[in-house]
Design a protein around this ligand. Structure first.
Ligand SMILES: Cc1cc2nc3c(=O)[nH]c(=O)nc-3n(C[C@H](O)[C@H](O)[C@H](O)COP(=O)(O)OP(=O)(O)OC[C@H]3O[C@@H](n4cnc5c(N)ncnc54)[C@H](O)[C@@H]3O)c2cc1C
Length: 474
């Protein structure tokens, strides 16, 4: 058995882990990052391709939260985590929401000023910008539809750097914070899964890991550490804590942006290389409308979700793009680590008002797409029927129910909430797990609720803040 010693162990290299590692390494701490997934050259795969999905997604992209209805979800599993596969859309945490969270969970130093300061820094590091030039047609669709209906729409900023010659390079963790952490002395161990944390009283002494060698065989690795930051994402972080015997307010209160989709057919071909950057924000933050990845496979899956006869639409898939409407749900879920199983059980309960909000979301999405000139809409509702004009949309109010809705999400949060209200949180205001002196969580799990906007900006700002607080006290 190999034993490695480090001062700070960071578990997971995604949005939370990469920022934590870079912040601590730059301050002179000895940092080791362990990542379950492989290191893959960020340029090696075509974005949103099937090959990328197989290589970088956990379970090849097919995971589901059980419930009525079940909700399909996706997580990254590679160096850089979900930032390697995400759409790069960036948004700050809405300040009214921040204030609500601060009051409800009693979070210290969670003022608008502090949050904006950390957001400024993340944006500078990641080159957060808007697209130079005109948006692609698939994005302009949303703006055009919204203008026709008198609704608000905005072009979102993204974490992209634009090179001479026009190549847009997504600023993932493998391209930014991780190489910067390594430059400052951090070590990254890919293909290394933390099986459980090692504990002694109120301290964590390290982790028991399983490392996969290049030939596919595995070895056991023990890492001893003075401090441990768990940044494995909102599903895997609570599962690891539970496997390690830490259960108090861990894994409950899972939140997701539940999402419905429409495959929209247009009279003309649409672009499929990028994800639309426009969002319809008329009903935000409780309901947001945007565009999804629309490669041929995505179009085929979205058409199939309607259970309609989609053969002709698939044959003309270049005319079809996929759009979504996501809600902040009132319901919540749970992550439960099961003895002997690698993957945790994930459960999610949508309330009746969530279901009616989803129906409303689908109808509004249909309205905006028809207003923008779409000629056929295939909803992600089995038997919902294809809509060709506005009056067809009324059918969807009744058609979407717990048996027929095909839902998905890529935004999971809130399984180890922060705050000083110990009855409702799993960690203190800066992510230190209650009952432990040297164990921290620093990822999407900490957000007290779904943010209603793309979460990576909030996760990175919070991770910077918490890592700096750690530097001040430890
Ligand atoms: C397809 C997709 C599109 C998205 N689009 C956007 C977008 O446009 N904008 C936006 O803001 N957000 C987007 N998101 C969400 C965003 O990427 C995530 O919210 C964010 O990356 C979460 O950060 P995290 O640090 O909590 O977890 P992650 O970034 O998921 O990183 C967790 C890492 O921990 C590793 N890990 C897990 N368990 C272990 C273990 N036991 N041992 C070692 N390592 C472990 C995982 O392999 C993973 O690499 C998207 C997500 C997906 C999946």
């Amino acid at each position: 058995m190999t034993v490695v010693a480090t001062e700070v162990l960071v578990v997971g290299s995604g949005a939370g882990g990469a920022v934590t590692a870079a912040t601590l390494a730059r301050a002179g701490r000895t940092v080791t990052v362990v990542e379950e997934g492989p290191y893959l050259d960020p340029d090696a795969f075509e974005p949103f391709s099937l090959a990328e999905m197989v290589a970088k997604y956990r379970h090849g992209g097919s995971s589901a939260a059980l419930g009525r209805p079940a909700i399909a979800y996706a997580e990254g599993r590679c160096v850089g985590g979900s930032t390697e596969i995400n759409s790069g859309l960036y948004h700050r945490l809405p300040l009214d929401l921040a204030q609500q969270w601060r009051d409800t969970y009693r979070i210290d130093e969670f003022t608008p000023d502090a949050l904006e300061r950390y957001a400024d820094r993340v944006e500078e590091e990641l080159a957060v910008t808007r697209l130079p030039g005109a948006p692609p047609p698939s994005s302009a669709v949303l703006e055009r539809g919204a203008v026709k209906l008198g609704w608000r729409a905005v072009e979102f900023a993204r974490v992209f750097r634009y090179e001479h010659g026009g190549r847009a390079v997504k600023q993932t963790m493998a391209r930014t914070f991780l190489p910067r952490a390594v430059e400052a002395g951090a070590r990254i161990l890919p293909d290394c899964r933390v099986v459980r944390l090692l504990r002694q009283g109120d301290r964590v002494t390290g982790a028991h890991c399983e490392r996969t060698r290049p030939d596919g065989t595995t070895e056991v690795l023990t890492i001893t550490a003075d401090h441990v930051f768990v940044c494995a994402g909102a599903i895997q972080t609570p599962a690891l804590l539970q496997r390690s015997g830490i259960r108090r307010n861990v894994g409950r209160g899972l939140k997701m942006h539940a999402t419905v989709k429409i495959a929209a057919r247009f009279p003309h071909p649409v672009d499929h290389g990028d994800v639309p950057m426009h969002r319809v924000t008329e009903f935000a933050p409780s309901l947001t409308i945007g565009g999804s990845a629309s490669r041929r496979g995505h179009v085929a899956m979205a058409l199939a979700d309607s259970a309609a006869d989609y053969r002709d639409a698939l044959e003309h898939w270049e005319h079809v793009a996929v759009y979504y409407a996501a809600i902040r749900s009132e319901g919540s879920g749970r992550v439960v680590a099961l003895p002997g199983l690698r993957a945790p059980l994930v459960l999610y309960n949508l309330t009746e008002s969530d279901m009616s909000r989803l129906a409303r979301a689908l109808v509004h999405l249909g309205e905006v797409l028809l207003a923008a000139g779409a000629t056929e809409l295939y909803p992600s509702v089995s038997g919902g029927g294809v809509a060709r004009e506005t009056r067809d949309l009324a059918r969807w109010w009744d058609a979407l129910d717990r048996r027929t809705a095909n839902l998905m999400t890529v935004h999971m949060t809130s399984t180890v909430r922060i705050g000083e209200d110990r009855a409702r949180t799993g960690a203190d205001s800066f992510g230190r797990v209650w009952g432990h002196r040297n164990l921290y969580v620093n990822d999407a799990s900490l957000l007290p609720d779904a943010p209603g906007v793309n979460p990576q900006g909030t996760i990175m700002a919070l991770a910077t803040r918490n890592a700096e607080h750690f530097l001040a006290i430890a």
